[in-house]
Design a protein around this ligand. Structure first.
Ligand SMILES: *[C@@H]1O[C@H](CO)[C@@H](O)[C@H](O)[C@H]1NC(C)=O
Ligand SMILES: *[C@@H]1O[C@H](CO)[C@@H](O)[C@H](O)[C@H]1NC(C)=O
Ligand SMILES: *[C@@H]1O[C@H](CO)[C@@H](O)[C@H](O)[C@H]1NC(C)=O
Ligand SMILES: *[C@@H]1O[C@H](CO)[C@@H](O)[C@H](O)[C@H]1NC(C)=O
Ligand SMILES: *[C@@H]1O[C@H](CO)[C@@H](O)[C@H](O)[C@H]1NC(C)=O
Ligand SMILES: *[C@@H]1O[C@H](CO)[C@@H](O)[C@H](O)[C@H]1NC(C)=O
Ligand SMILES: *[C@@H]1O[C@H](CO)[C@@H](O)[C@H](O)[C@H]1NC(C)=O
Ligand SMILES: *[C@@H]1O[C@H](CO)[C@@H](O)[C@H](O)[C@H]1NC(C)=O
Ligand SMILES: *[C@@H]1O[C@H](CO)[C@@H](O)[C@H](O)[C@H]1NC(C)=O
Length: 438
């Protein structure tokens, strides 16, 4: 009996210790409760101390921002900025979580709202809290409500800045009509939205496009079921896996870490370079793991319409078989901007057909059409029956290959590669059929 009581006392004691520890932990915390205010030097830290949220001032900047940065590793690497376009000019502001579950950044002198999170939930909230997760996501949710951690009121992952972290979705929510893409910082000292952006363009079959202001700089291209058609070096690997989701509700790209003790980020640098960086702990630096846009052929439409860029050739541009330079004089002096035209024009006669071109980067899909369930035979029939259709292929080469992708008009931004390329069937007059097995 005595023995038992001792055990019970011990248990209660242990319970109290755990309870105390968890309370102090919360206070040291990863949480902002309703009506709680963070001032200039206050921060919250995720439970494994991976990320920290608070006020910061980048480099030599005199401005101040609210952001999230790595805590355990890599001093000063900011992954998210709240008020990137509304900087604070002094240190007298406050960050508060309202009782309605909205994160508000206020100028304490004037009381004006400098920045606030949005209300994307239509449900009323009673007791919201904000929590910084070890994924780098700051979420606002109700502890015991429908608006839980999986379905939060708001999350910082909804507001992308220049960094794609593991688990973030880049792309479209077609139900709410919201789009998430990333935009570079103006400079290393200035998180203001810069001129470069990387987004999923859904005019036609969805494709990844890197822009310099409005101008296309690089096109990773459409997802072919295995990879992006123009991102030849993005392969399955032991560090992270990736997916592209395309359905009635969502269109997005996402990657996840296979070993979560690794730190990795995809960032669109202020100079427009897209870098996949991996933290090397023993050397204490971010190693460049992968960067696209490695050669001239990655420049958008380098060889013009119906031209193909092959980095192993000199010069790099050539016309696709069945096509010739549109402006031979310009072409001769390496001005490829006019591209190529058909050697023999099409006149939409019934004997026209398609030649197969292998190992290509698929052309620009803006203005294309697709159906994810059609077969290649149905796809060819559909293209042939429309005089404006210039090319077709399977939209998904994974497994047994399926789906249909149709192009109309010019075919632009094609590359020829030695392996891992896609197949394209291009419409040609009957006299040109079978001329190539390029
Ligand atoms: C929230 O905080 C403000 C200022 O600290 C205080 O005046 C107000 O009464 C608080 N509201 C609630 C509901 O606790
Ligand atoms: C924040 O901390 C720094 C360093 O401890 C100090 O110099 C500064 O005055 C503090 N700023 C505010 C607004 O509390
Ligand atoms: C708050 O507003 C005042 C008046 O517009 C301005 O002088 C001050 O710099 C602002 N404070 C911050 C932190 O931006
Ligand atoms: C919130 O939106 C959902 C879906 O749009 C709808 O079914 C639900 O009735 C809405 N709830 C409220 C409280 O408006
Ligand atoms: C969001 O707005 C709805 C009304 O549109 C309101 O009922 C709800 O309380 C708001 N939620 C938050 C978190 O502000
Ligand atoms: C990627 O890896 C994570 C972690 O191992 C796993 O949960 C997820 O299902 C994987 N996703 C894909 C598409 O393979
Ligand atoms: C994950 O990475 C850590 C650090 O590099 C390593 O120690 C660990 O063995 C890895 N775990 C697995 C399952 O690969
Ligand atoms: C795709 O093609 C299939 C087979 O031809 C057809 O049944 C389906 O309705 C098409 N879907 C769309 C969205 O056009
Ligand atoms: C592509 O095809 C594979 C194998 O049939 C299938 O598992 C996958 O869901 C398809 N992807 C898309 C985007 O349709």
């Amino acid at each position: 009996m005595e023995e038992r009581r001792v055990t019970k006392t011990k248990l209660i004691f242990a319970f109290l210790v755990v309870l105390y520890a968890s309370i102090t932990c919360t206070q040291a915390g990863d949480i902002i409760s309703a009506n709680q205010t963070l001032r200039y030097n206050d921060t919250i830290v995720s439970s494994q101390e991976t990320f920290e949220l608070g006020f910061f001032s980048p480099g030599n900047s005199k401005n101040h921002y609210v952001g999230i940065w790595y805590k355990k590793i890599s001093k000063g690497t900011v992954v998210w900025v709240a008020n990137r376009n509304t900087p604070l000019t002094d240190t007298s502001s406050e960050l508060t979580l309202t009782h309605q579950g909205v994160l508000v950044l206020r100028n304490t002198t004037t009381g004006n709202v400098v920045w606030s999170s949005t209300n994307s939930s239509n449900m009323s909230v009673r007791n919201p809290i904000g929590k910084l997760l070890d994924t780098g996501n700051f979420i606002i949710y109700e502890e015991d409500g429908v608006i839980n951690q999986e379905n939060p009121i708001w999350q910082s992952f909804e507001l992308m800045t220049d960094t794609l972290l593991p688990g973030m979705k880049m792309g479209w929510n077609l139900v709410t009509g919201t789009e998430r893409h990333y935009t570079s910082w103006k400079s290393a000292d200035d998180p203001t939205s810069g001129e470069f952006s990387y987004s999923i363009d859904i005019r036609g079959y969805p494709q990844l496009i890197l822009r310099d202001s409005q101008k296309i700089k690089f096109r990773a291209g459409p997802w072919n079921g295995l990879r992006f058609s123009g991102a030849f070096n993005l392969k399955q690997n032991p560090i992270y896996n990736f997916t592209f989701v395309l359905n009635q509700r969502e269109i997005y790209y996402q990657y996840n870490l296979i070993n979560t003790s690794v730190f990795r980020r995809l960032v669109l640098q202020s100079n427009g370079r897209l870098e996949r960086l991996l933290w090397i702990d023993s050397k204490n630096y971010w190693n460049l793991y992968l960067a696209p846009e490695s050669d001239i052929c990655d420049r958008y439409a380098e060889c013009g319409p119906f031209g193909s860029c092959n980095i192993d050739n000199s010069p790099v541009c050539e016309c696709l078989k069945g096509f010739e330079p549109a402006s031979p004089d310009q072409w001769r002096v390496a001005d490829w901007s006019q591209g190529c035209r058909r050697t023999i024009p099409l006149d939409c006669e019934p004997r026209e057909g398609f030649n197969k071109y292998s190992n290509l980067k698929l052309p620009d899909t803006r203005g294309s059409w697709y159906n994810q369930t059609m077969t290649l035979v149905e796809c060819e029939k559909m293209c042939k029956s429309n005089c404006l259709c210039t090319a077709y292929t399977n939209s998904n080469v994974s497994g047994t290959a399926s789906g249909c992708l149709l192009w109309f008009g010019d075919l632009t931004d094609i590359r020829t590669v030695t392996q891992n390329g896609d197949t394209l069937y291009i419409r040609l007059p009957s006299s040109e059929l079978g001329i190539s097995k390029q």
